[in-house]
Write a protein that binds this ligand. Structure first.
Ligand code: FES
Ligand SMILES: [Fe+2]
Length: 422
């Protein structure tokens, strides 16, 4: 029997009787049984998990270690440029085989008893297999060809690598859906280069972090900097797309296009946020960006279920992967990038603007706080549920109200379906 199926959730019932998920029970954010089920039904289920960028492992033997849910995996460029992804668990007694984050190697060996593995994860050598000086050796019944770390399916889309434990998952481009695929092509339209990496650890459930970028409602309210300096306001012109049963979201806004009446109303209703004129920057060069695309779009936020976010905010480009470590802990990995053909001036402009977005930046720091205060709130009133009804109860595939919680409802629709909770 599948170990996970045997986890009993008792009398768990999803609240609300709407067609879509419009309420979220507190229990999904702290219950270890839910967390266990997620590992099997979501992270090892029919999804494509973002694992890295091709540019991170360009040469044969280049590797990167990463987690899918809480399963450690290794991503390796093998022979013939093929990309492999396999579980980072020794077939002997379960130790992690690869211990560093990045590197290059001809093969791997486990430090514990030094079993050796090829780039594709094949078990190539077993120390003392035939014993020493005629003594010992592996038992006759041990068949080396039957032991190797589990290999995952790997697909790359314009240099962005995804892996899946499932053989049933749909092809990657179909999984991404047309709008996400279109905007990923737009961002990855030419060779990129990595500018740097950051990590942010939060004491909160990974789904609070998954909700956050799908939630345009908070974006123009929590982030004083966004609203004050006009990078994002719900009164701006833009679009939201929700695709593939709620799994994927794409938001974008047009620079300098705003509904003045809505802006005036926003200024009044959200006086804590709209503080134009009250806050200024000592060094305005932080905002000295340049329009890089001729479509007039200055902000794009893409969410790919379950754990990827891709952003273009002004000239900052970054891709994030979030790693749950238990029900109340998540680490977010940020990879910032530019283009290979960027000159020094553009590099410098992007690096400066990264101050907006990173974990200690003027915007993302607040999202970290939001995740932690939501987790703390749930801890004491775990029977309570969250309400997600801004913009209605439906999940429109396309909308133009940037404060709509439709994408959040879409996320929970996809989640509850995969988890068989509704
Ligand atoms: S645990 Fe890896 S060689 Fe023993
Ligand atoms: Fe945010």
């Amino acid at each position: 029997m599948n170990r996970i199926e045997s986890i009993d959730l008792g009398d768990f019932e999803w609240p609300g009787d709407e067609e879509n998920a419009t309420e979220v029970p507190g229990r999904v954010f702290y219950d270890p049984a839910i967390y266990q089920r997620e590992q099997e039904k979501i992270f090892r289920g029919e999804v494509w998990n973002f694992v890295g960028l091709e540019v991170e492992i360009p040469q044969r033997g280049d590797y990167k270690t990463v987690y899918i849910g809480d399963t450690p995996v290794v991503l390796v460029r093998g022979d013939d440029e093929q990309i492999h992804c396999w579980v980072n668990r020794c077939s002997h007694r379960n130790a992690n085989i690869v211990l560093d984050n990045y590197g290059n190697s001809d093969g791997f060996y486990c430090v514990y008893h030094q079993w050796g593995y090829g780039l594709d994860g094949t078990l190539e050598s077993v120390t003392f297999k035939r014993g020493l000086g005629g003594k010992g050796g592996m038992s006759e019944c041990f068949d080396q060809t039957k032991h190797r770390p589990r290999a995952l399916q790997v697909e790359s889309f314009h240099g962005v690598i995804f892996a899946s434990f499932s053989d049933e998952v749909e092809p990657l481009e179909e999984y991404l859906g047309p709008t996400v695929a279109k905007f990923m092509k737009r961002i990855f339209n030419r060779p990129i280069k990595i500018l740097g990496r950051q990590r942010q650890h939060m004491k909160g459930n990974w789904k609070l972090y998954a909700e956050n970028p799908r939630d345009g409602y908070h974006a123009s309210l929590l982030h004083v900097f966004f609203a004050t300096f006009g990078l994002f306001r719900a009164s701006q012109e833009g679009r939201i797309h929700v695709e593939n049963g709620g799994k994927q979201t794409c938001f974008y806004t047009f620079a300098g296009k705003e509904d003045e009446q809505a802006k005036a109303q926003g200024t009044k209703e959200a006086a804590h946020t709209y503080q134009e004129g009250k806050f200024t920057l000592e060094d305005m060069s932080l905002l000295a960006g340049k329009m890089e695309w001729d479509d007039g779009i200055n902000l794009v936020i893409i969410d790919v279920f379950p754990i990827m976010m891709l952003q273009q905010i002004a000239n900052v480009l970054n891709i994030r992967q979030f790693e749950p470590h238990g029900p109340d802990s998540v680490t977010v990995h940020y990879t910032f990038f530019g283009y290979e053909d960027d000159d020094e001036q553009i590099d410098e402009m992007r690096l400066k603007q990264i101050n907006l977005i990173g974990p200690a930046g003027l915007v993302s720091m607040e999202d970290g706080l939001a995740v932690e205060i939501a987790q703390k709130g749930i801890a004491r009133d775990s029977e309570a549920s969250a309400v997600i009804k801004m913009g209605g109860t439906d999940v429109p595939t396309e909308g133009d109200f940037l404060g709509d919680e439709g994408p959040v409802r879409g996320f929970w629709n996809a989640y509850t379906e995969m988890m068989e909770l509704r």
